[in-house]
Write a protein that binds this ligand. Structure first.
Ligand code: HEM
Length: 177
């Protein structure tokens, strides 16, 4: 990548992936509110709002973070498997994106459908079968992973992988970023 293209993709990557962190912060706030509120309408509103965020943002934001990260690996000397910090980010993001797209969205959908169907008097005693706790735990774990990814990106720790060291030692290769 030329320097202007690289900076453009990096800008997109930071905006989208840190936006994903913000999305999970919002989901966590709503999940905690739904779990702890004594107001039935607040409970209903929290899961419905989570459902709007889940339906509109989880897929584009998680795939956007992954795609822009992959583009940076392809287009810069960082590569995919040359540095431990890049590999760890790739694995955590793949796991988080898969869990968010397939599991988190469906749990949010289950909670939203239950509160939509329930009468106001039933809302506070509604049994969601543990989904209410999952909707606090999942965004908390996701937040920790994304904060780890930001820290890995800034500190770039742990050096090269064995593959990265072998590759850097080859005389036909430039040393790296
Ligand atoms: C939640 C997921 C992610 C977050 C929060 C995140 C965050 C960031 C941040 C804040 C930077 C800028 C660091 C700096 O310039 O000081 C960065 C750069 C970078 N990210 Fe990510 N990232 C994520 C996912 C990924 C993925 C999946 C990959 C691909 C394996 C990736 C690859 C990279 C690379 C190679 C850079 C350095 C680009 C350069 O210096 O040109 N990231 N990331």
């Amino acid at each position: 990548m030329s320097p202007p293209v690289r900076r453009t993709v990096l800008t997109l990557h930071v905006v989208i992936s840190v936006g994903w962190l913000g999305l999970d912060l919002g989901l966590l706030g709503l999940g905690v509110t739904a779990l702890t509120t004594g107001d039935p309408e607040m409970l209903r509103a929290s899961y419905l709002a989570m459902n709007v965020l889940g339906d509109t943002l989880i897929v584009p934001v998680s795939l956007g973070a992954l795609l822009t990260g992959v583009l940076l690996c392809l287009g810069t000397p960082w590569g995919f498997a040359r540095y431990h910090w890049v590999l760890v980010k790739l694995v955590t993001t793949l796991v988080a994106a898969t869990a968010s797209v397939f599991a988190l969205r469906s749990h949010i959908g289950t909670a939203a459908a239950s509160v939509s169907r329930a009468l106001p008097a039933e809302l506070l005693s509604l049994d969601l079968g543990g989904v209410d706790r999952v909707l606090v735990i999942a965004p908390s774990v996701a937040l920790a992973l994304y904060a780890l990814n930001v820290a890995l990106s800034v500190f770039k720790p742990f050096g090269r992988t064995a593959y990265g060291r072998r590759r850097a030692a080859r005389p036909d290769r430039v040393a790296g970023p």
